[in-house]
Design a protein around this ligand. Sequence first.
Ligand code: P6P
Length: 334
Amino acid sequence: MNSHTNLTQFIIEQQRTKPQSTGDLSALINDIASACKKISHLVNRSGIIGIGGASESENVQGEVQKELDIITNDVMVEHLNWTGHLAAMASEEIEDIIQIPEQQPKGKYLISFDPLDGSSNIDINLSVGTIFSILKCPEGVTEPTVEAFKQPGTEQVCAGFCVYGPTTMMIITTGNGVDGFTLDQDVGEFILTHPQMTIPEDTAEFAINMSNQRFWEPPVQRYIDECINGVDGVREKDFNMRWVASMVAEVYRVLTRGGVFLYPLDNKPSTNGGKLRLMYEASPMSFIVEQAGGISSTGRDRIMELTPEGVHQRVPVILGSKNEVERIISYHQK
Ligand code: P6P
């Protein structure tokens, strides 16, 4: 790869390594990249064109939808529903799965996405992002229902996210490691800037929403207490803490310098089974983290092996540096 490889060239070169490839996945990834470029533009101009505020509606989670939540959902749907590569879609913003219009050709893939994760950060100008997960539509299924999406994360053929921050970056895996691309706004191309990203196995940095501490289970209480006790405690080293409240920003930081991100099970009434959604947040991020040498767990189960019970099922998420996540898992086993 030369130093100026763009996403299109990268994907096609990867496709050439798989003789049975038809080019459908390459084209779909490029369509997703086009949608993310449009979303990046809208996010950057949201204050100017007045679309950063809250809408009047709530999503299936009962969360007030930002105008941009709805607008970016429509950008994803409109960029992808005519391409002929998809059999159906699922979105955080839409309760049921999204069918391909009758007049459009269907393809062999299913996509789940969160069009604008962390959108509560829009008003305070912090990073937000788009997360996506691609599965194969089961053989012979011509009219996919939610059942077609009920596949474990190990069945994903591609996962990625775009983070709209100081720079717009696309992070992607198709099972051959994790590669990062920076959007060159001048030419509108994603340029390979972070080939084969790997997560350091050890870390001294954790990310968790401390305000939920009283709701956590004992293993997480123990782990965080030990981090906070630093050199004076059993860990014999000091830890740093970060919390951006935007999963794409947290995962990107873990990919670049290690760390552990936790949104654990808690007994808050509002987070039944966890805060983060399995299909379009936890599962794609777990594929990426594992491909970068990290671990992603509920504390008790490997997230990639979980089969969704529904489009919006929530799960606890503990992901990041291998040795640190293994320690937390061991605390759950005691
Ligand atoms: P809290 C954003 O709403 C999100 O789904 C993730 O991106 C983020 O990590 C988490 O929720 C933040 O949750 O409870 O800190 O607002």
